[in-house]
Design a protein. Structure first.
Length: 541
């Protein structure tokens, strides 16, 4: 069994010598930790491969409680200096006990390398272990951007425990002029943990709250078109509580291989709505629990340029509640697996593909006016300038989706929707805009909501869409299709379905083209109005 070694380091102070750090005026001007003084401690047990250093904030000059900006700078530099020297010596773990201190991390420019210099910097091949009674706080500031804790071009890093707290409620939101002379009105980039080019990074059991920007950001060191870019890979975020973040709980800008597991992401973006151009403690859009936000552009021929890319992401076993804008925004990402989570708002998409949403519970929360959240899954079609669909290859399976006004809205290409249970909705599945290549099977619909419909449409065009073995029981109309034009050769087909209207209302197909309903059982007739090529074959009424 490995033995934990408790080290005491001795500092040579370059400007002032101190004996006590109980008073703010005695903060350290600078420290120079002498490696030769540590050798006897590091080598105390030569069999120990992963020595542990216990950080005593009082011993090393951390001033706890409310302090001036200058003292908060020194807090940061002391903390960083200790970790840097330990890392240089091969000491791989630093444990932090009780501490409640402010750190000045004001960077005033949204450049990752500069932000890293003003953040709490975690070195490579290092583990920072914080107890539950450790509180690292952002010194209140007026900066439009900062990172409290940061990994930059680092690898093999673990951060665990503790409470990391932003300055959302104390922040000065006055427009700022940055180091380059640019004026910033928004203050949306004050993050708690930022991983900018990190490989094999783990964040475990950390409580994160009150950022002016995002709780956790995963990105690259510099955009991918730069030959020197370092991509974030194999990032694990687990067992964390992320709450009351002003913008997004988590933002994924760039990365390959990200796991979010067993986290609680809550109350993101809450607060009053601001008039346009006014910035204060109120939430800042998009206000999602997780927002995928890879930046992409087009060349002069409208060919895609990926300045950033997000792929191979696993989101499992998490709980999302009270997030103002929504729970997950699938914007410009691929190969994302979302399973066994709890949601109370929506998952939405823009320009993403190869997405699996499986075995989740989605239960719409009640809004302040007493109504339920509007959308469960909101998936729209989006075409690129060449006419190619940008939302495609989705599997939606085994989910329970309850109390939403619109349980599922479908647009895009190549969908498989199967074995889901939809409960108490106004509209179960709605076809929207363009839907090309979709198979929906073995889903069950149960709704006692007034005027509820099973399948509906909203000015939709479909190609090669089939609905098979569905069981639909709703208060109003199981089929309520309007304004839908299916492809004449690859039409919209309902096959071997059960359509039950609890109130005995007629099913309805109006203003639509090229729809087949066959081999199905219905307790009411289908009223066809102002429609073309509607085929009703071998049904039982």
């Amino acid at each position: 069994m490995k033995k934990t070694i408790k080290y005491c380091l001795f500092a040579v102070l370059s400007l002032v010598q101190f004996q006590s750090c109980a008073h703010e005026e005695l903060f350290v001007e600078g420290i120079n930790i002498q490696q030769e003084e540590l050798i006897e401690y590091v080598n105390e047990d030569s069999a120990t491969k992963d020595p542990v250093f216990y950080f005593d904030p009082e011993r090393w000059g951390i001033v706890e409680g409310i302090v001036s900006d200058d003292v908060a700078v020194k807090n940061r530099e002391i903390f960083n200096a200790i970790m840097e020297k330990l890392s240089d010596m091969g000491v791989s773990t630093m444990e932090v006990g009780p501490m409640d201190a402010y750190f000045n991390v004001n960077s005033r420019v949204n450049n990752y390398e500069i932000k890293f210099q003003t953040a709490i910097r975690i070195p490579s091949n290092f583990e920072l272990v914080m107890s539950d009674d450790v509180f690292l706080r952002v010194q209140p500031n007026a900066a439009h951007t900062y990172s409290l804790m940061m990994v930059f071009k680092g690898e093999n890093i673990k951060i665990s425990g503790g409470n990391l707290i932003g300055d959302r409620w104390e922040h000065d939101y006055t427009p700022e002029v940055d180091l380059y002379g640019n004026e910033w009105n928004a203050h949306d980039w004050g993050h708690i943990i930022q991983i900018a080019g990190g490989k094999n990074i783990e964040v475990n059991g950390v409580k994160i709250s009150n950022a002016t920007g995002d709780g956790i950001v995963v990105c690259e060191s510099v955009i991918r078109t730069d030959a020197n870019a370092v991509i974030s890979e194999n990032v694990v975020i687990k067992n964390c509580d992320i709450s009351e973040i002003r913008r997004n709980g988590l933002s994924f800008l760039d990365g390959n291989g990200i796991l979010l597991e067993n986290c609680n992401v809550r109350d993101t973006g809450k607060g009053p709505e601001n008039p346009k151009g006014v910035y204060n403690t109120a939430g800042a859009y998009p206000k999602y629990g997780i927002s995928f936000e890879a930046y992409r552009g087009r060349d002069e021929d409208n060919n895609l340029i990926e300045y950033q890319r997000i792929e191979n992401v696993e989101i499992r076993g998490n709980r999302f509640t009270g997030n103002y804008g929504g729970d997950i925004n699938l914007y410009t990402c691929s190969n994302v697996n979302i399973h066994n989570n709890y949601f109370d708002s929506m998952i939405a998409n823009i320009a993403s593909h190869s997405i699996t949403i499986k075995d989740n519970v989605m239960e719409a929360r009640k809004e302040s006016d007493g109504s339920y959240y509007e959308f469960g899954l909101l998936f729209k079609s989006k075409l690129d300038p060449h006419g190619n669909e940008m939302n495609y290859d989705y599997t939606i399976s085994g989910n329970e989706i309850k109390n939403y006004i619109n349980a599922i809205v479908l647009g895009g290409e190549n969908y498989k929707v199967e074995n889901n249970k939809l409960i108490d909705f106004k509209a179960g599945i709605t076809f929207y805009k363009y839907l090309n290549g979709a198979q929906l099977s073995n889903n069950t619909f149960e709704s006692s909501v007034e005027a509820s419909s099973g399948y509906a449409s909203l000015v939709a065009n479909t190609t090669d869409v089939s609905v098979i073995n569905e069981n639909i029981s709703v208060l109003y109309r199981p089929l309520n299709i309007s304004g839908l034009k299916a492809n004449v050769l690859r039409n919209l087909t309902f096959d071997n379905c059960i359509f039950n209207s609890i109130d005995g209302k007629l099913n309805s197909i109006s203003g639509s083209e090229n729809i087949t309903v066959k081999n199905s059982r219905l307790n009411t007739q289908i009223n066809v109005f102002n429609s073309l090529n509607i085929n009703l074959l071998n049904n039982l009424f």
